[in-house]
Design a protein. Structure first.
Length: 351
């Protein structure tokens, strides 16, 4: 046995399987290749990923970066042994943040950390990431797999995502200088809880004595676990064309942690507030159930969860009909949430 063999054997004995890591890279190459787009260069396996901004069609672009995870939704994926959708969540959480700046996602990198690498589970996760990237028109150009025995429990893993996008200077959002009283707030329906508030969700599931294999109290056609693992909706392909071909959309808020109450003020000028009508949309049954069993006030609900609205657009009043039609034709469910009005105290007023 050579000295190199001894070192590898010792490292394996310490809980890190280099061969498993190499096997994973080979397994995921087809998934990565499926995300190829204009500007993508090279293949995975190098020390860094390359992207040609000019080949992607940009001459005077601003780069926009975002990073995120999926929180404790991972615990449900672990419990259910369903690993092929959580990667879609990871991509969606990152690229929807880019959308709030009007940016097109160009390339994505992932970080997968575990105690001991299970190639099948990790390959399922990356397959989901690739699906999300393909849906967002984003190239998966690299990532990192880290085995850290002693830090993560057997079977557990954690995820982080990193995305870089671009936007032409004249299309950067929000357009605070253009926003005015009377602008309309359009809400786009979420696909469910998305990837925020799961620490509370899991606590309430436990409080109610439910198993993830039980029928969902809010949806008799699904189980608790499967329903809660519904992937976060991606809004890129429906919204970007509208943003890039007119000035009708002045702002965009991704409704994540903090809900409508905390995310909307982030895109508004100091003198304007969002006035939202609660009866403008039907809160999906899952949120009504969470509110009831958690004894949540309306404010708590709208601060913890998306409550059925995943994205909010600030639209010029005279362009609302056109924007709504374009979004609905692209498959979105759109609600008139309210308007911008002169600010008195709060950044969001719920009516």
């Amino acid at each position: 046995m050579t000295q190199k063999d001894k070192k590898i054997s010792a490292y394996t004995a310490a809980g890190v399987d280099i061969d498993a890591g190499n096997a994973l890279v080979e397994r995921i190459k087809p998934a990565v290749a499926s995300t190829r787009r204009a500007g993508m260069m090279g293949t995975i396996g190098g020390f860094g990923g390359l992207f040609d901004l000019k080949a992607a069609g940009y001459e005077d672009a601003l780069l926009v970066g975002a990073t995120d995870g999926v929180g404790t939704k991972l615990k449900i994926a672990h419990t259910m042994a369903i690993h092929d959708t959580i990667g879609i969540d990871l991509v969606a959480m990152c690229v929807n943040d880019l959308l709030a700046q009007g940016a097109e996602p160009l390339f994505f990198l992932d970080y997968y950390a575990c105690g001991s690498l299970n190639v099948d589970d990790a390959a399922d996760v990356v397959a989901g990431i690739a699906r999300g990237c393909a849906e967002a028109g984003c190239a998966l150009i690299g990532g990192e797999t880290a085995e850290m025995p002693g830090l993560y429990a057997q079977g557990d893993y954690d995820l982080a995502g990193f995305v870089v996008g671009a936007v032409n200077r004249d299309r950067l959002l929000p357009r605070l200088d253009l926003m005015q009283e009377g602008d309309i707030l359009l809400g786009l329906a979420s696909s469910g809880v998305h990837s925020n508030g799961y620490s509370l969700v899991r606590k309430l599931i436990e409080q109610e004595g439910l198993s993830y294999d039980d029928p969902a109290p809010w949806d008799a056609s699904s189980t608790v676990g499967v329903s809660l693992l519904t992937p976060t909706r991606l809004y890129i392909k429906s919204c970007l064309p509208v943003m890039h071909h007119s000035n009708a959309i002045k702002g965009c808020a991704h409704i994540t942690g903090g809900g409508l109450i905390e995310n909307l003020p982030r895109i508004l000028p100091a003198h304007l507030a969002a006035h939202i009508h609660l009866n403008a949309w039907n809160v999906p049954p899952i949120f009504a159930w969470l509110q009831r069993v958690g004894s949540l006030s309306t404010t708590e609900l709208l601060t913890t969860f998306n409550a059925g609205i995943g994205l909010v657009l600030v639209v010029a009043a005279d362009h609302v009909a056109q924007v709504r039609q374009q979004l609905e034709q692209a498959g979105e469910t759109v609600f008139d949430l309210g308007t911008l009005q002169m600010r008195q105290e709060d950044g969001v007023v719920v009516l």
